[in-house]
Design a protein around this ligand. Sequence first.
Ligand code: MF3
Ligand code: CO
Ligand code: CO
Length: 264
Amino acid sequence: MPNAVHLKTPDEIQAMRVACRLASEVLDFITPHVRVGVTTEELDRLCHAFMVEEQGTIPAPLHYCPPGHTPYPKSICTSVNHQVCHGIPGSRILKNGDSVNLDITVIKEGFHGDTSRMFCVGTPGKQARRLCDITFEALWKGIREVAPGKRLGDIGHAIQQFAEGAGFSVVREFCGHGIGRQFHEEPQVLHYGQKNTGIPLVPGMIFTIEPMINTGRRDIRQLADGWTIVTADHSLSAQWEHTLLVTETGYEVLTVSAGTPPPP
Ligand code: MF3
Ligand code: CO
Ligand code: CO
């Protein structure tokens, strides 16, 4: 059953709550360090040390090697400005007006928690601010579709309608995903689509929603490093990510901690 969606047991759900909270706490920890003058590799180094030494978690990205890729060399993803996702931390210095996505995935007791937030560095430009806000709202438009009996296409449709209605575009090559003992499991959670299509949501499903939204065209390119995805037209891109559980009545956001931004 290679395409089967694994429904989590109560014990697995409890383990996922822990892993997901820890992932969110890494973002809380790193928030005060995301400032003008810091390099993305310093953010990686700080997060790596916090995960391994303070939390006893494993950074899932480090040496992650899906088919067609070289092993990912760092412990977090740092995607700046026109970088869409999977930006590799390095010597780049964050400057006033940059917007950066930090994407954290930890493994605790064999279970993965996956979440990302946007950070505006210094004083954000008007366009960057609006893109980050609209993308956060787009994530929540998707989350609010999550309930038993709803279908995956309802999530994608809600996100696409909202983002395109705001004048932005939705990246189609990357999607949300089931998650648990595996980093990326079935199902794929598209951030665009039609209402009343796709598989029905069932209590016990756990998956991420992680829309990537561009101010310009939706087309992307991969850099020669084999990982970093950028917008083809160099327009700004933003992303937010939560891991969700489908409950009997709706959803539970698993990637929550003290510093989680409240729903819009
Ligand atoms: N955290 C990303 C996601 O949301 C995946 C990163 S894979 C990496 O699915 F290798 F680039 F870290
Ligand atoms: Co993810
Ligand atoms: Co992620």
